[in-house]
Design a protein around this ligand. Structure first.
Ligand code: FAD
Length: 476
């Protein structure tokens, strides 16, 4: 962890010994038990190079029964573990804080079935999101989830973080799309919540416990997810806007006039776009001179109708002077180019040197105010302070860059930003989770009673606390 991020004290867990390695090697074979520093290096650092783990052992099971045997053994031996999917998480949840054993799901990548009538896909949790989409293309279906990390993140990681991304406005969160899951609990018990029916009101909905619990309650081994039809027509508008009030007006108009075909509504400020053009030399689709931009996507079943609807919306937004300039892309290659600008924001920001990334739910009116106030508060301690996000879901990503990690910048930014959000009754983690980085700020968004019951639940399901310790809930 960067110098001024405090590492929680190591819990009273056993340490891995050579007998443990022999046991795992007998079970999985030597090539699925990694112990060499060079082999495990990549599992010990997050994609953003913010968190440095200290694990000395990585296990790569291929199926549920192997995960179950691993956890039964670890529970018996009191060895702590950390589940890891694609390792694209932003809160440090998938990285060992001390010497936890990394259980990587990367080899659990089998697609089991697609029901072409219901659209329900059943697969192992290590399937990469984009691979699922490629497989679903033959059924004219898509995964109801799209995010910049789609080429690396895994569906089990998505479920465990309750990942949001670009299409929540259209398809809802994973709480509504995941119809079932299979999970291995801390003691190795396989918990079958693998319902494949859309509706099921037989008792408590245990699957929801695992959606967003960041691997602290169990290791997800299988997922059943409802997949919508692939839209026949997609159109994308990229617009420039003169002031923040007009961003809000444009959003309201988009909801009203585009109605059922609205499928994404993204927001970015000038500083974010400037960073992309400076650091990645990517060209803006319209003149790069506005304080704010929006990306408004429609997905429907009739190209001509949808394009007309989006053109009429844009014309109206310009006549009302909400929007100052804009372009519409209807060709798939053009649309892909514009989305690729959006997907590269994190890359561009990281190129500044070091990045602090925040993920807040806020009342929409305070989106820009938060960016400005943070910029003023940090002054020269920040190289850049920018804002972008999923406006349609009230989710702002606030970014602070610096040439290299500076503890003084971190100390000035936190808890300032968390207090700011709490005062407005927002959420300090809209979609990235708490992991190890934000764990101690949970009280900024949750009451002490809520945290108490979370801790009790954790104790019930993982009495020894071996599953992803030091994450999500303080003092577990
Ligand atoms: P990991 O990073 O490996 O793990 C994340 C957490 O889930 C950890 O706590 C880990 O222990 C746990 N976990 C992983 N697999 C399992 C499992 N099988 N069982 C139990 N626990 C498990 N996130 C968004 O929500 N929206 C975005 O728009 C978005 N955009 C991104 C863009 C980029 C370029 C990048 C790099 C990341 C982005 N993210 C976004 C964050 C990240 O991609 C998501 O959090 C993703 O869901 C993590 O999946 P993963 O497989 O990489 O999980």
């Amino acid at each position: 962890l960067p110098a001024s991020r405090k590492r929680a004290n190591r819990g009273e867990f056993s340490s891995v010994e050579s007998d443990d390695i022999s046991f795992f090697s007998n079970m999985l074979g030597k090539n699925r038990v990694l112990t060499n520093e060079s082999e495990i290096e990549g599992y010990n650092v997050d994609m953003w190079k913010i968190i440095q783990g200290q694990s000395r052992l990585v296990l790569r099971p291929k199926n549920t029964s192997e995960v179950s045997m691993i956890l039964a053994y670890c529970s018996e031996r009191n060895l702590a573990v950390v589940p890891q999917g694609g390792n694209t998480g932003i809160a440090g949840g998938g990285i060992a804080v001390h010497d936890e054993i990394v259980i990587s799901t990367s080899l659990m990548n089998q697609i089991e079935e697609v029901d072409e009538w219901s659209g329900i896909l059943v697969c192992q949790s290590g399937c990469v999101l984009e691979k699922l989409n490629e497989h679903l293309a033959q059924f004219d279906l898509i995964v109801p989830l799209d995010l910049g990390a789609k080429e690396s993140c895994q569906i089990g990681g998505n479920l465990s973080t309750n990942a949001g991304g670009l299409r929540v406005i259209r398809y809802g969160s994973l709480h509504s799309n995941v119809v079932g899951c299979e999970v291995v609990l801390a003691d190795g018990t396989v918990l079958d919540c693998m319902n494949t029916m859309k509706k099921d009101n037989t008792g408590y909905h245990l699957k929801h416990l695992f959606i967003g619990s960041e691997g602290t309650l169990g290791i997800v081994t299988k997922v059943a997810i409802q997949c919508p039809p692939k839209p026949k027509a997609v159109n994308l508008a990229f617009v420039g806007i003169d002031n923040f009030q007009n961003v809000l007006e444009t959003f309201r108009l988009a909801k009203r006039d585009l109605g059922e075909i609205l499928s994404a509504c993204e927001y970015l400020d000038h500083e974010t776009l400037a960073c992309v053009s400076e650091n990645l030399q990517m060209k803006s689709p319209i003149e790069n001179s506005f304080p704010f931009y929006m990306m408004i996507e429609t997905s429907g079943s009739n190209g001509k109708h949808d394009e007309e609807k989006l053109s009429m919306f844009l014309e109206k937004a310009m006549n009302k002077e909400f929007v100052s300039d804009g372009t519409i892309a209807s060709q798939p290659s053009h649309i892909k180019n514009i989305w690729s600008i959006r997907e590269r924001f994190p890359d561009a920001l990281m190129k500044d040197g070091h990045l602090l990334v925040y993920d807040f739910s806020l009342p929409l009116e305070s989106f820009h105010e938060m960016v400005e106030e943070t910029r003023g508060h940090l002054g020269p301690l920040a190289k850049r302070v920018t804002g972008f996000g999923h406006l349609g879901d009230g989710n702002l990503h606030l970014n602070v860059t610096m040439d290299e990690f500076n503890p003084a910048t971190l100390a000035k930014a936190e808890p300032f930003v968390y207090n700011w959000v709490a005062q407005r009754k927002g959420s300090i983690s809209s979609e990235h989770g708490l992991g190890s980085i934000k764990r101690d700020y949970i009280y900024h968004s949750k009451s002490p009673q809520a945290v108490y019951y979370m801790r009790e639940l954790k104790r019930l399901m993982d009495p020894k606390g071996i599953l992803n310790p030091y994450k999500v809930i303080p003092h577990t």
